[in-house]
Design a binder for this molecule. Structure first.
Ligand code: F6R
Length: 239
């Protein structure tokens, strides 16, 4: 595991974008696993800038998002599909057919989970996976539980996650109670992982994730077992 420290949230976004850009420049047909949320917004901003300046191109890349809320259509402003269009897909030269995200608005969610896993496998698996970290230790929407799911699955969101994500909705009742998420199998099979964490509120959970026991209660702790994990954070750890 390597830890890279950023001065603040702004430089974290720039450094994450440069890290990803290097991977895409080395391997233009890279398969990228992508997160949504507050943390990667700066990264998407700088990746957009690099693309618009002609330094970077996503024309041969493929992307798979980690998760989506169940019940939201792709044009719902709080859907992750909407987020991706707003922050990335519409801004860079990634061909439309090369970006995939689980659909949370289909009637047969089990079939959608199978489709998603087959699409990831069909692309050769995830090459580089970018992750954020939930306050409760989740990665994607793999929530603390008694077990870890390997494949894409539907998950009941924990009260903590609903509370944390209420900031994006009118009130907590409007937050979907379920999501569809990539499992830890697809995440751990990625060749490289970049974990982004910003803000003092995540100090405790980051410490547990990186140095605590590997446990299903802290799903991100499984990342300790990955062979090529880079952590990029603006939290100075006292280790
Ligand atoms: C979202 C995702 C989540 C977030 C996590 C942190 O696609 O995978 O695991 O990365 O909830 O979210 P922020 O960055 O908003 O704190």
């Amino acid at each position: 595991m390597g830890i890279i420290y950023a001065q603040d949230n702004l430089s974290l976004g720039q450094m994450a974008a440069r890290w990803v850009a290097r991977e895409v420049l080395i391997c233009p047909n890279l398969v990228l696993g992508l997160p949504t949320g507050s943390t990667p917004i700066g990264m998407y901003h700088y990746l957009t800038r690099l693309t618009q300046e002609g330094i970077l191109s996503f024309t041969q890349a493929r992307t798979f998002n980690l998760d989506e809320y169940v019940g939201l259509t792709t044009d719902h402003p709080q859907s992750y599909a909407f987020f991706m269009r707003e922050h990335f897909w519409s801004k860079v030269d990634l061909p439309k057919g090369n970006a995939d995200i689980p659909r949370g608005d289909v009637s047969n969610l089990a079939a959608e989970c199978r489709r998603y896993d087959e699409a990831i496998q069909g692309a050769g698996g995830i090459g580089v996976q970018i992750l954020g970290l939930g306050l409760n230790g989740h990665i994607g929407f793999n929530e603390p539980s008694y077990n870890m799911e390997i494949c894409t699955h539907v998950v009941d969101l924990t009260a903590e996650t609903i509370q944390a994500n209420t900031r994006f909705f009118s009130d907590s009742d409007a937050v979907p109670r379920q999501a569809i998420t990539m499992g830890v199998g697809s995440i751990m099979q990625a060749r490289k992982i970049l974990l982004l964490i910003s803000g003092e509120s995540k100090r405790d959970i980051l410490t547990k994730a990186l140095y605590g026991p590997v446990s299903t209660e802290v799903p991100s702790s499984i990342l300790q077992l990955h062979a090529d994990l880079t952590v990029l954070t603006d939290i100075k750890l006292n280790t």
